[in-house]
Design a protein around this ligand. Structure first.
Ligand code: IPM
Ligand code: MG
Length: 356
């Protein structure tokens, strides 16, 4: 098969982790005889520095022409500490999501037996936890307008907007996944306070009737935040709006042992994007210490979701598990003793794939 992918390393540790994921992608393509072509493009702070635009038109064109996008991370302290910056790296990521129509961000939360000891929760609570968080990605407060400041600068506002269509398509998607899984959907909102949440709940209650074989549960977001740490195994598919999903998935990722482990797939209208859920970790940039596994696992999702190549995805997943079993991992998840470099982990994984 011909695989034509866009590679967007971005900022901070982005380039290092994407490089490791690409080693795995190449190893898989060699092994299965796929013809891989890929091109890199700029996004984020580095794109602002070089072009003034965090998501240059050239990058968008490349994404549109590719079959899948592998994305690293964006963000830079240079902008975080400068609230008055007019252009921000995050606008690159948000612009990409919007322009590619990526309305669904799928974040599978799974545990790794060899990592359970790193979880802040008791082992019996997390062991076997396996749920999928579906985060709406192109609506809500991230995109609602108006957004800004009053003239005197002392009042600021964001706007949360959702339309029926936006809610329908994401909630339907959640039911479709639940049908293939353990047949339970948890709809997370704040319908006791927010108008947008009440629309979510109303629309969900209509769609719920179309899927009588799936159990539906409605939960307020504060309660969901609590339940993720109290009883993560009670979830199968969780669906929620953009900002709630952003927050809850960071929370969910650490119960599995490390934020450095969770991949994601953003799907929708145009080319799908595969990216780790963590950020650009600027403190570690260039040090060759960041955990590349979330990005390597994002590459596995890419084979599965963008190309329907399940065996290829599985071999990457197996390689990641093998690296953890062999303790060839970075410092954030290493057991007492030796930690490996980012690039050593990437090489080991690619080597493991080649040997199968
Ligand atoms: C994520 C990130 C982004 C988001 C940031 C970098 C804009 O936190 O993908 O979860 O909030 O969506
Ligand atoms: Mg986030």
């Amino acid at each position: 098969m011909k695989l034509n992918i866009a590679v967007l390393p971005g900022d901070g540790i982005g380039p290092e982790i994407v490089e490791q994921a690409m080693k795995a992608v190449k190893a898989v393509c060699d092994k299965f005889g796929h013809e891989l072509t890929y091109k890199e493009a700029l996004v984020g702070a580095i794109a602002i520095d070089e072009t003034g635009n965090p998501y240059p038109d050239e990058t968008h064109e490349l994404c549109m022409q590719s079959d899948a996008v592998l994305f690293g991370a964006i963000g830079s302290p240079k902008y975080d500490n400068n609230p008055s910056a007019k252009v921000r790296p995050e606008q690159g990521l948000l612009g990409m999501r919007k322009k590619l129509g990526l309305y669904a961000n799928i974040r599978p939360v799974t545990t790794f037996p060899s990592l359970i000891h790193k979880s802040p929760l008791q082992a019996d609570l997390v062991e076997g936890a396996d749920f999928m968080c579906i985060r709406e990605l192109t609506g809500g407060m991230y995109f609602g307008r108006p957004q800004g400041r009053s003239e005197d600068g002392n009042t600021a506002y964001d706007t949360c907007i959702y339309t029926r269509e936006e809610v329908e398509r994401i909630v339907r998607l959640a039911y479709q996944y639940a049908e293939k899984r353990r047949k339970k959907v948890t709809i997370v909102d704040k319908a006791n306070v927010l108008a947008t949440s009440r629309l979510w709940r109303q629309v969900s209650q209509e769609i719920e009737k179309e899927y009588p074989n799936v159990e539906t549960e409605y939960m307020f977001v504060d309660n969901a935040a609590m339940r993720i740490i109290q009883w993560p195994k009670s979830f199968d598919v969780m669906v929620t709006e953009n900002m709630f999903g952003d927050i809850l998935t960071d929370e969910a990722s650490v119960i599995t042992g490390s934020l450095g482990m969770l991949p994601s797939a953003s799907i929708g209208i145009h080319t799908s994007v595969f990216e780790p859920i963590h950020g650009s970790y600027p403190q570690a940039a260039g040090k060759n210490i960041a955990n590349p596994l979330a990005t390597v696992l994002s590459a596995a999702l890419m084979f599965e979701y963008a190309f329907n190549l399940m065996e290829e995805g599985k071999i990457i997943r197996d390689a990641v598990t093998a690296s953890m079993d062999a303790n060839v991992v970075t410092e954030d998840i290493a057991a007492e003793g030796k930690a490996y470099n980012t690039s050593e982990v990437g090489d080991w994984i690619a080597g493991w794939i080649a040997k199968q």
